[in-house]
Ligand binder design. Sequence first.
Ligand SMILES: [Zn+2]
Length: 284
Amino acid sequence: MVIGGGGDDRRPTRRLLLRSASVAGSLSAVSGVGSVVRSRMIEDSDDDGILDAKKRSATFHRRLEGIFGDQFEGLAVGRPDLLLDARYVGGTSISPGTKRTIVDLVRTRGIHAQWLDYPTRYDPQAVANRYGTTVKGLLWGRDSFYSEEIEDVLKNVALQLLVVPGTTKAADAGRIYSHWIDAMGGGPDGHVNGFSLGNRAVVAERDDPFEEAALVLHEITHLVLCHDDDPENTGVMGTADEVALMDHEWDQFRNGLDNVRDTTGYDIAFRPCLWQENLSAILE
Ligand SMILES: [Zn+2]
């Protein structure tokens, strides 16, 4: 029902929500009450998916400080913010170099990115026992890691990036199994280096600094962008020869930050890239 083959995002956009709210607002303005309050409640002046009301909320700030401590630099109304909530399984990490590179790249483009390392690590065995080790079990299954472990206050305001060791099976070492990719016949037996469902992603840990930075930026960028098969695109969504995005991709990225807020009502199932690149091919 939501679906069309085109490239645009079929979710109700913020603009649409605002438009319908302003209609409701102008109607209720006639009777006098409620419109101002209502439109304030959904205003997102910087289009990053974090509502102005949340950015102004001392309670919200305190809750984030309570979880992440000094790492949290606060949010500012009128400034596009991107919160990167990183969760580590076992002894995994993202190197300071990769974090710096990504923050610098993103801030150069006018987006205030912040890494928020979740303070506790997850035990690999406990995660495997409870959720399994597949993309489904981690990101999108009914009782997935995402749905069970991520605090409600952080859902739809931050991008959750899960870092896992990846499988130890020789042929697929350092990768993660995805049912979708397997059904598509992609990757070595459905194993991938990372996977994104827009406002949540998983990567397998990488030792090589370039590989790590390229992979992490790639999965973060999927918040908004799909793969690009243009050979001229040397950034992480194209040939991945450099840890970068093309100028036009930065524009798209900045304009799509509000994807961090899932408004489908169908959880992640109808994310545009997923539809374009995976589901449509399966159903054809
Ligand atoms: Zn990708």
